[in-house]
Design a binder for this molecule. Structure first.
Ligand code: T5A
Ligand code: NA
Length: 212
C-alpha cells in the first residue's frame, strides 16, 4: 500500500441539502471500513482568515465583495499544505464545500463574472469527485426556514444554483448529481459506494490541479 494516496472528495449543493450531515456520515463509515479519512470544511472558521469570513457571514462585519471573495479563496489556500500532506499519506479527505461554492456565490452577485471568480482558486488540489446534492427549494424549506446569515434568501440561492449548473458543464471534472430528497441513510449508502469506488480508482494516480 506504500505510496498510495487518498482521494479528494468534495460535497457541494444548495443550502440545507445535507452536505454537512453526509460529510460526517461518510467519514464515519469510511473509518469503520478501515479506511483513513478526515473531514474538512470551507469556510474553515477557526483560522484568522476564517474568523473574518465568519464575522462577514453573520453580518457583524461588512467587507467589499472582491475582498471577501479573495478571503474565501485564501482560506482554502492556507489549508493546501495540510491537504497535500494528508492525501499523500493515504488519507482520504471529505470536504464540505470548496472552490465551487466560492465561484457560485460570488458570481451570483451583480457585476461578477464566472471567469474572474475562478482565478484565485486555479491550481488548488483538484477534487477526484464532486458530489452535488440536489434539492428543490420546496424540499429545502421543509428542513427549516432560512437563517439570518448572509446569502440566505431564495432569489440569491436561485442565482447560485444557476452558477453551479454552469460549473458542472466542465467535463474535466468528475461531477455526480445526487438526489438529496432521499432519507439520510439512503443517500449515505449511495454516496459511500461512489466514494469507495473513487478511492480505489485514484489511489495510484497523481493529484492534479484545479482548472488548469
Ligand atoms: N460561501 C462558502 C461562499 O460565499 N464562498 C465560499 O468560498 C464558500 C466555501 C457557508 C456560507 O458561505 C458561502 C456559502 C454559504 O452561504 P456553511 O457554513 O457551509 O455556509 O453553510 P450551512 O448554512 O452550515 O450549511 P447548509 O445550509 O448549506 O446546510 P447543509 O450542510 O447542506 O445541510 P445540513 O447537513 O446541515 O442539514 C440541514 C438540515 O436538514 C436536515 C439536517 O438534520 C439539518 O436539520 N437533513 C435532512 N432532513 C431530511 N432528509 C435528509 N436527507 C436530510 N439531510 C439533512
Ligand atoms: Na453545512
Amino acid at each position: 500500500m506504500a505510496g498510495w494516496r487518498g482521494a479528494l472528495i468534495v460535497l457541494e449543493g444548495v443550502d440545507r441539502a445535507g452536505k454537512s450531515t453526509q460529510c460526517r456520515r461518510l467519514v464515519q463509515s469510511l473509518r469503520a471500513a478501515g479506511l483513513r479519512a478526515d473531514l474538512l470544511r470551507f469556510p474553515e472558521r477557526s483560522t484568522e482568515i476564517g474568523q473574518l469570513i465568519s464575522s462577514y457571514l453573520v453580518k457583524d462585519k461588512n467587507l467589499e465583495d472582491h475582498t471577501i471573495h479573495l478571503l474565501f479563496s485564501a482560506n482554502r489556500w492556507e489549508h493546501v499544505p495540510l491537504m497535500k500532506e494528508k492525501l499523500h499519506k493515504g488519507i482520504t479527505l471529505v470536504v464540505d464545500r470548496y472552490a465551487f461554492s466560492g465561484v457560485a456565490f460570488t458570481s451570483a452577485k451583480e457585476n461578477f463574472c464566472l471567469e474572474w471568480c475562478k482565478q484565485p482558486d486555479i491550481g488548488l488540489p483538484k477534487p477526484d469527485l464532486i458530489l452535488f446534492l440536489q434539492l428543490s427549494p420546496e424540499e429545502a424549506a421543509k428542513r427549516g426556514n432560512f437563517g439570518s446569515e448572509r446569502y440566505e434568501n431564495s432569489s440569491f440561492q436561485e442565482k447560485v444554483l444557476q452558477s453551479f449548473y454552469h460549473l458542472m458543464t466542465d467535463k474535466t471534472l468528475n461531477w455526480k448529481l445526487m438526489d438529496a430528497s432521499k432519507s439520510i441513510e439512503d443517500l449515505h449508502r449511495e454516496i459511500k459506494s461512489i466514494a469507495e469506488e473513487t478511492i480505489q480508482e485514484v489511489q495510484n494516480k497523481p493529484l492534479e490541479e484545479l482548472w488548469k
